[in-house]
Design a protein around this ligand. Sequence first.
Ligand code: PLP
Length: 393
Amino acid sequence: MNTNVGLLEALAPQAPDALLALIGMYAADFRPGKIDVGVGVYKTATGTTPVFGAVKAAERLLLDEQSTKAYLGPEGNIGFFTSLTNLVFGVRDFQSRLTGLQTPGGTGALRLAAELIALAKPGARILVGTPTWPNHMSILTTTGLEIVNYRYFDAATQTLCFDKLMSALDEAEHGDVVLLQGSCHNPVGIDLSEAQWLLVAKRMAERGLLPLLDLAYQGLGSGLDADALGTRIVFDYVGEALLAYSCDKNFGLYRERTGALFALSRNAAAASITQSNLLMLARANWSMPPDHGAAAVRLILESDALTLQWRTELEMMQQRIVEVRNCLADLDPWFEPFRNQQGMFSMLPLNPDQVRVLREQHAVYMAGSGRVNLAGLTRQSAALFATAIAAVR
Ligand SMILES: Cc1ncc(COP(=O)(O)O)c(C=O)c1O
């Protein structure tokens, strides 16, 4: 036995997160007029990511009224989960089959969902449309699930490959899982229409597939109800479903790690078993989720005045994104498809070399994939951005 070789030396080096590296390069660039469309957070027209007024108000209440920091439990803040259930689903008739819990962000919810699936069916296959949020791949592979890719989006035509999605569903086997983003698709900004959601939900139900939905941007696309429509349709149709939800964008809580995992089971008895497994997995992962963000969201959703304030602020953000989309399309017809896409992200048909030239020669910073965060632009910088893109494409 060689005692000079450490166990950890068996590990292979991992590539650093490309977006974090981009943040570093942007910070080190002193050219005036540099443009950041790389980082995936909402920004105002002045380039900041402020705390929502409604969140500040809820935090003030918390500071005054919170009387203990004692443990809550692996399910987290139950009032938060109940209020969020109403926000996401409205009044539904599957309430007795629906369980779930608070999680550390949408990422925590996805992790728990993947672990629940692996527990029920080790090595389960999961259909993932490409491109998708890169962390989906990391979460699913490190949980031991088998990823089956199909093409979701064609960058050249800026269209959804709906036929590829339907064929993937047709080729899937009973018990396979289907990962779908609820709205404001990251990175491509193209979502299913209501008619497409109905077809997909019906096909998943017929073929015995388990939907795993990811809703991370409710309210940033077309409004709170419209953005939850696909999720509601799927949950209405199928026997079993999972939903990973993030409050980190639509409440601006990013670092507070606020989210939830919802699970729909076939009947109330099965729901209680699902819940017991979720609680066990949460306990084994983080024991209990962080409280602060969820406590603030609960206060907002339980107060008519704070809810109104939050909705108004969220609508302003949504409208600003729509304005930037329209502004780009007005500036150059090449951006016309952006007009009807949803949420903060769109994906340009650019190769990594063009992305590099944009960074080096035009001080435009974007992900190597060509994903752009439109909230990184203003009316003025949109014109510079459009000119830079025209120069490289
Ligand atoms: C599609 C998608 N799902 C989930 C998440 C996770 O969000 P959170 O920051 O709450 O973990 C993100 C965050 O960028 C996302 O884009």
